[in-house]
Ligand binder design. Structure first.
Ligand SMILES: C[S@@+](CC[C@H](N)C(=O)[O-])C[C@H]1O[C@@H](n2cnc3c(N)ncnc32)[C@H](O)[C@@H]1O
Length: 274
């Protein structure tokens, strides 16, 4: 029987609570290589505390033991820590800028465009890249890599089936061309699915490829600490070819991009300079 703490209050004094959470972070890292210390602590701790209390664990030590013995609990933990919210054409006017301003010039220079959607969640973002490239007759020659730490999200991405709410920002002509509706479920066109390669990758741990013309990394940096962000911007800049573009989320402006060898090309778009 689990001890329950229905009030949500922890039985531990603050310093012991801090220690309990710090130990949990270390244990998770050892067991899974996921480094929670590189995510903003207050947010992460609040989310995980809510989850732990919901299941009636008095502290993170007992929660950790249970996670290691119960796949369902572990998957739920992963799900809660990763936050997979996404949609097609998220912040549509930025995608329009990519489509009308950057991609035509980039494709003229290199028709075999290499794009990477980093932290792609359930696939809406890489499929948005794919439909835009297809509309520019550039999908056949292009390659699109899409990565995320969450295998559950990647499985959904590969399946390519979505509810209507994920499509609310898709321009109608794109919705007509690239989706097939069946009983309220919207299936992504096969030629988009074939064009995207999905891979599991932990941005905080695994090595990056190089020579990308376009990297799209949106709505994940907000969860990371300042130090983690700085090291990631450095790595993203290195992963671009000189002149390549990094497209970030609409709350994720990079301050002093020059320190990473990037310059502002447009709001939320950065170009590798060297
Ligand atoms: C809010 S979603 C963003 C999805 C998409 N980029 C967008 O903007 O719509 C954040 C994604 O980041 C992923 N993520 C979190 N930590 C990660 C890490 N260390 N490495 C790779 N992906 C990570 C999560 O699994 C989740 O799918």
């Amino acid at each position: 029987m689990r001890e329950t703490w229905a009030s949500g209050a922890s039985p531990l004094p603050q310093s012991a609570e801090d220690e309990d959470f710090a130990r949990f972070v270390a244990d998770i890292r050892k067991a899974t290589s996921i480094d929670l210390s590189q995510y903003k602590e207050a947010q992460m701790r609040r989310r995980l505390t809510t989850l732990r209390v919901k299941h009636g664990f008095a502290d993170f030590a007992s929660y950790f033991k249970a996670l290691m013995n119960d796949g369902r609990l572990y998957n739920e933990f992963l799900d809660r820590m990763t936050i997979n919210v996404s949609e097609f054409w998220r912040n549509p006017n930025r995608w329009q800028v990519l489509k009308d301003r950057f991609l035509p010039a980039m494709l003229k220079e290199n028709p075999r465009l290499r794009a990477w959607s980093a932290a792609c969640s359930t696939g809406e973002e890489p499929y948005t890249i794919a439909m835009i490239l297809d509309s520019l007759q550039a999908l056949g020659a292009a390659s699109i890599l899409a990565t995320d730490i969450d295998e559950g999200a990647l499985a959904k991405a590969k399946a390519g089936a979505y509810l209507e709410r994920s499509l609310r920002e898709v321009p109608p002509e794109f919705a007509r061309t690239y989706f097939r509706e069946e009983n309220g479920v919207y299936h992504v066109a096969d030629r988009l699915k074939k064009a995207v390669r999905f891979e599991k990758q932990n941005l905080l741990l695994d090595r990056f490829g190089e020579g990308f013309d376009l990297i799209v990394c949106r709505n994940v940096m907000i969860y990371f600490t300042e130090e983690a962000k700085q090291s990631l911007y450095q790595k993203f800049a290195q992963a671009l070819r000189p002149g390549g573009i990094l497209f970030v989320g609409s709350t994720e402006q990079i301050f002093s991009p020059g320190q990473y060898g990037l310059e502002t090309a447009e709001t939320f778009f950065y170009r590798r300079t060297v």
